[in-house]
Ligand binder design. Structure first.
Ligand code: ZN
Ligand code: ZN
Length: 361
């Protein structure tokens, strides 16, 4: 208890300092003060992001050095994912939260203050939960994760969405930083859906920030390059690095649907319910990760901005053609149009043959 109050004291003191010395002057300079939340709230949000970065850098990263699952052939190629995490957690997410989400929630009537127990809120249907905040939080966490699972299925199933999400999968060497390697439009769509649902079911902002932090930390860990197994029981309860790595496997030409597995981000129960869980024998060697489609794999030759632009071009072409809306696995042709992988020789595609030469005869 003493340790808890000390940690809380240090956190409060740091938040106060950050608010006074940095946030207040910045809001005054940028004339944004009338549009955003109180400086103290923004400071707490930024500090939580900093805690997340510190946990990744000081706990997950050393674990990767201590017990790596695979040797990295090109360490340089993993560094871009660290930039993604820093840019997202300390830049894009706070800006989005306080310049887009917060004003939107005010326009929407301010229901995000959590006091709203309207018809759609969890508390309205289960009033017993009002007296049990920890259970209520766990209910939120499970629902939040279920929605993330559904969104993730769509990111893979709808070709225009895959055009964006494939950027996350193009990394061949996963690390604890890889979770934030995403297209910003993909992040935006996901955030709008999740925040909209949170508003609807009456999640208070502080709970929403905590939901995001817990979920994101587990996702950071599940991308780590660590030789760590959870054991038969825990493996069914929480997403492990081993479980999520299978979601990132390259297409196996012998079993072309096998990679459509393990979409859950926190609780594998969603994959068990959706019949997409994959638990191969413990003796099976780790599978290669990344994407066989040469157009997507070429993301590895680009920097952050070029990756964002190229994935946006894939999306822009896909979203304007019929094939971009037909569910199923696709690759992208030279004009970035999505084409069903069923029309192609996956062995040739896996070997790096350009799409127009790998078409089945
Ligand atoms: Zn995915
Ligand atoms: Zn992932």
């Amino acid at each position: 208890m003493h340790l808890f109050s000390t940690v809380a004291g240090v956190f409060n003191h740091a938040a106060e300092l950050l608010a006074l010395r940095a946030i207040v002057p910045f809001l005054a300079w940028s004339h944004l003060a009338p549009w955003t939340a109180p400086p103290r709230e923004i400071a707490e949000f930024l500090l939580l992001a900093l805690v997340q970065v510190l946990v990744i850098a000081c706990v997950f990263r050393p674990l990767e050095s201590l017990m790596p699952l695979e040797p990295w052939a090109d360490r340089q190629a993993t560094r871009i994912d660290r930039s993604y995490t820093l840019v997202k957690l300390l830049g894009v997410t706070p800006l989005f939260t306080y310049l887009v989400l917060e004003p939107l929630s005010r326009i929407g009537g301010g229901a995000v203050d959590g006091s709203d127990e309207g018809l759609t809120s969890v508390q309205h249907w289960l009033p017993w939960l009002n007296g049990h905040p920890v259970v209520l939080f766990m209910v939120y966490l499970v629902l939040f994760d279920g929605l993330q699972y559904a969104v993730h299925r769509l990111q893979h199933a709808i070709p225009w969405w895959w055009a964006l999400h494939s950027l996350h999968h193009s990394q061949r060497q996963l690390s604890c930083w890889s979770n934030d390697r995403d297209h910003y439009l993909d992040d935006f769509l996901e955030a709008m859906i999740l925040a909209g649902a949170a508003l609807l079911i009456g999640v208070a902002p502080v709970s929403y920030a905590l939901l995001n932090l817990i979920s994101a930390l587990l996702e950071n860990f599940s991308h780590a390059n660590v030789r760590l197994r959870f054991g038969a029981v825990l493996d069914k309860l929480l997403v492990s690095p081993h479980f999520h790595r299978l979601h990132h496997m390259r297409v196996d030409p012998h079993r072309p649907d096998m990679h459509n597995c393990n979409f859950a981000l926190v609780f594998p129960v969603w994959d068990l319910v959706g019949r997409t869980a994959l638990y191969p024998p413990r003796t099976e060697a780790p599978r290669a990760t990344g994407v066989g489609d040469p157009v997507v794999d070429a993301d590895n030759t680009r920097g952050l901005l070029a990756q964002q632009l190229h994935a946006l071009r894939r999306f822009w072409v896909a979203v304007r053609c019929k094939a971009g809306w037909l569910p199923g696995d696709v690759a992208f042709d030279a004009q970035l149009r999505p084409v069903s992988v069923r029309d192609f020789d996956l062995h040739a595609l896996e070997a790096g043959t350009p799409l127009d030469q790998a078409r089945k005869s």
